[in-house]
Design a protein around this ligand. Structure first.
Ligand SMILES: C[S@@+](CC[C@H](N)C(=O)[O-])C[C@H]1O[C@@H](n2cnc3c(N)ncnc32)[C@H](O)[C@@H]1O
Length: 247
């Protein structure tokens, strides 16, 4: 299976039209607001001598932080243009980047073969994936964990749409950062919390911990407060390993 050409072109177009400027993208927040607290939720469950794979890594801002916490960090993204951004931004070469469609089970299996069991971080990928592709995206998380990996998955919930609507209601309409997302046909927050939980469970993943958070954005509400998208996070293990948390 593969994502549709329309979906692939939407992401390729978005990243091709993006500059290398940090924070130009609405979700490209500094890791201190995102991966730093997220990683604290994963680390108690994870073997950091294993690699970490950042799935749907975009321009790699979070991947570079993850490289400081795990033995090796690999960022993968559907869009070649995103991977080009990520490589340019990683001037110190702390992480590795590769183009990969998470829906392509063969490509995912090849990555697992290459790097072995790996921890996974996946931020905001299922929520805007095409509905028919979502089971494969969840399946990619399970395939990459193998037996020893653990995952942190965080996805905006539909309540995010209300927040984005508030953002769009500024005096000048949707700000440029939000306009760009919508103009490329990307559909944020279209998966429910129940759907995400079910997809992860059906992929053979067990929840070690879960909770709510707000995904910090680089945009501000008309009253000057930073936009945070209501989200749910999960720390996951292969289902049959639930009792042996860390091996
Ligand atoms: C909302 S962005 C989040 C980027 C990054 N995780 C972050 O938090 O900064 C979603 C990313 O997932 C990528 N993506 C979407 N579908 C994908 C797929 N099927 N396989 C791999 N990457 C995908 C997009 O190209 C985009 O870079």
């Amino acid at each position: 299976m593969d994502v549709s050409q329309h979906y692939r072109e939407a992401w390729e177009g978005f990243w091709s039209a993006t500059s290398d400027m940090p924070g130009e993208v609405i979700w490209d927040s500094d890791p201190s607001l995102t991966s730093v607290p997220d990683t604290e939720l994963l680390l108690p469950h994870a073997d950091t001598s294993l690699p970490v794979a950042d799935l749907g890594c975009g321009n790699g801002t979070q991947t570079r932080y993850l490289a400081t916490r795990f033995a090796r960090a690999i960022g993968v993204d559907l869009a070649h243009a995103a991977i080009a951004h990520a490589r340019r931004a990683d001037s110190a070469g702390v992480a590795e980047f590769a183009q990969l469609d998470l829906v392509d089970a063969e490509a995912v299996a090849a990555l697992h073969k290459r790097i072995g069991d790996t921890n996974v971080c996946m931020r905001a990928v299922i929520h805007q994936s095409e509905p028919e592709a979502r089971p494969a995206v969840a399946g990619a998380v399970a395939a990459l964990l193998g037996e020893r990996g653990r995952a942190f998955v965080v996805e905006p919930t539909p309540a995010s749409k209300d927040v984005l609507q508030l953002v769009a209601q500024g005096p000048d309409g949707p700000p440029e950062k939000l306009r760009r997302v919508l103009a490329h046909g990307l559909k944020p927050a279209s998966a429910t919390e129940e759907e995400v939980r079910r997809l992860l469970q059906e992929a053979g993943l067990a929840m070690l911990a879960e909770g709510t958070t707000a995904l910090a954005q680089t945009e501000y509400l008309p009253d000057g407060t930073r936009v945070g998208l209501p989200s749910r996070w999960f720390v996951l293990a292969p289902a049959e390993r639930r009792n042996g948390d860390r091996r």
